[in-house]
Design a protein around this ligand. Structure first.
Ligand code: ZN
Length: 172
C-alpha cells in the first residue's frame, strides 16, 4: 500500500516536471504601456550572413546569439539592471521584455515572466544535452536568447531565462 502511494506521488512529480510551459495565456507583458511604435515591428525580419553577424557582434554575443551558447551565470552586465525601461535583442533591437516583468530568479541570468508583446519572441523545442527544453529566439532576427521554464512567478508562472549578453537595454 505504502509503495503504491509512493509510486503515485513519484509519478505525479515526474509528470509535473515534464510539463511544457503553457503558451497562449493572455498576459500583459507591458504593464507600463511602453510605446513600441518607434521600434521595428517583429514582422520586419532581419537576415544577415554568418560573416555579417560575426563582424557586427562581439565574440561573446556571437556565441550566444548565433551559436546558441550560454554565458556563465552571474557575469552578465544586465543581470542587476533595475532601471525602468525595455530590454531589446542585442542583435537587431527588437523590444523583448519590460523591466516591469524582470524578477530575481537567483539563477544568475536575467529573468522575466512575460515577453513585452505577443510575437516578439518565438519558441522552439531544444533537445540538446539530453534535455527537453524550450528555446527562446528573437522573432525578428532568429537569434538565440535563452530558454523558458515553468517555474516562474505569477501571473504567468513562466521564467524566461535570458542571456544578458543577448540583450540591450533602453532606459525610459
Ligand atoms: Zn533580434
Amino acid at each position: 500500500m505504502k509503495i503504491t502511494i509512493y509510486a503515485i506521488l513519484l509519478l505525479s512529480t515526474l509528470t509535473a516536471c515534464a510539463q511544457k510551459p503553457s503558451t497562449g495565456v493572455p498576459t500583459n507583458g507591458n504593464p507600463s504601456n511602453f510605446d513600441l511604435s518607434a521600434y521595428p515591428k517583429a514582422s520586419d525580419t532581419v537576415q544577415k550572413s554568418d560573416a555579417a553577424w560575426r563582424a557586427m557582434l562581439s565574440p561573446a554575443a556571437y556565441d550566444v546569439l548565433r551559436n546558441a551558447g550560454t554565458e556563465q551565470p552571474f557575469t552578465g552586465a544586465l543581470l542587476n539592471e533595475h532601471e525602468h525601461g525595455i530590454f531589446t535583442c542585442a542583435a537587431c533591437g527588437n523590444p523583448l521584455f519590460s523591466s516591469d516583468t524582470k524578477f530575481e530568479s537567483g539563477t544568475g541570468w536575467p529573468s522575466f515572466w512575460a515577453p513585452i508583446e505577443p510575437g516578439r519572441v518565438i519558441q522552439k523545442t531544444d533537445n540538446t544535452f539530453g534535455m527537453s527544453r524550450t528555446e527562446i529566439l528573437c522573432a525578428r532576427c532568429g537569434s538565440h536568447l535563452g530558454h523558458v521554464f515553468d517555474d516562474g512567478p505569477q501571473p504567468t508562472g513562466l521564467r524566461y531565462c535570458m542571456n544578458s549578453v543577448a540583450l540591450g537595454f533602453d532606459k525610459k
